[in-house]
Ligand binder design. Sequence first.
Ligand SMILES: Cc1cc2nc3c(=O)[nH]c(=O)nc-3n(C[C@H](O)[C@H](O)[C@H](O)COP(=O)(O)OP(=O)(O)OC[C@H]3O[C@@H](n4cnc5c(N)ncnc54)[C@H](O)[C@@H]3O)c2cc1C
Length: 278
Amino acid sequence: MLSQIGDEAKLLAGGQSLIPLMKLRFANPQHLVDLNFIPGISYIKEENGTLQFGALTRHAEIENSAVAAKLPIIHDCAAGIADVQVRNRGTIGGSIAVADPSDDWATVLLTQTAEVRCLSSKGERSIPLSQFITDAYTTVLAPDELVSEIIVKAPGKATGAAYLAFKRAAPVYPTASAAVQVVMEGDVCKEAAIALGCVGLTAIKATAAEAELRGQELTHKSIAAAAEAARTAADPQPDMRGSVAYKRALVAALVKRAIALAARRARGEQVEVNHIYA
Ligand SMILES: Cc1cc2nc3c(=O)[nH]c(=O)nc-3n(C[C@H](O)[C@H](O)[C@H](O)COP(=O)(O)OP(=O)(O)OC[C@H]3O[C@@H](n4cnc5c(N)ncnc54)[C@H](O)[C@@H]3O)c2cc1C
């Protein structure tokens, strides 16, 4: 249908971004193609060392999935999105496709080895998540193409990850957020991945912050250096959620806490992570 109708059509998944955008007249599609009638695109599977999420899988299904809980950072993300109503309708595929800079999934998945599988009448292609979102509300998807699946590589040994957001209330988007994954070898951080959310036009991969941890013991000093590098990497806009200086300070504090949580998980501790509410 997309290839017949062309770019006057919009896909409808959970409607939790598209319908508000239509109400605000920021989106005015001539046709809606409803994905909800297509069977078999809502699932969570574990296969060949990967977790696979069908595009129409709801945030709530991921929150409640024992398979997804094998990657605790995935559970942190799904369980913290807005409120029950939004989580019951909103989908992982819709969240990645809409590329809203305030959405949670892109930030979390940037710390993982994640691919977006895309489908059109011409065939299929897989794109690393890091190359899928190119700007605010902008992706590499062609008008006749849809997201069919998100694939996340399962983490190896001694790997821990955590996602932390600061929110003014449950049903609103975060003011800032931080996702961290560390691979530990004893007390030394062998590998680190850090992504920042809501402080730029897209989620930001904080590579300088990662470099502050790589090959270092996780001490107050190395963690503080990573947080400072994250503060510098953040590029927030001032808005009703806070000033530029406030958001930079906030994201640095979140990075610090997320590193500590990720390291505890890497050591095998069961740690429940809850977002911080004002
Ligand atoms: C009050 C409120 C609070 C929210 N708070 C948060 C929050 O804290 N964190 C957060 O992450 N999100 C939040 N959201 C957004 C929510 O997570 C959305 O569900 C998500 O961003 C979009 O998913 P959807 O399935 O609803 O997509 P839709 O709204 O149905 O679609 C969004 C866009 O993506 C396109 N699309 C959908 N599916 C596909 C697909 N498979 N392939 C290609 N294109 C597709 C649509 O055409 C549309 O342009 C909130 C929403 C509301 C209403």
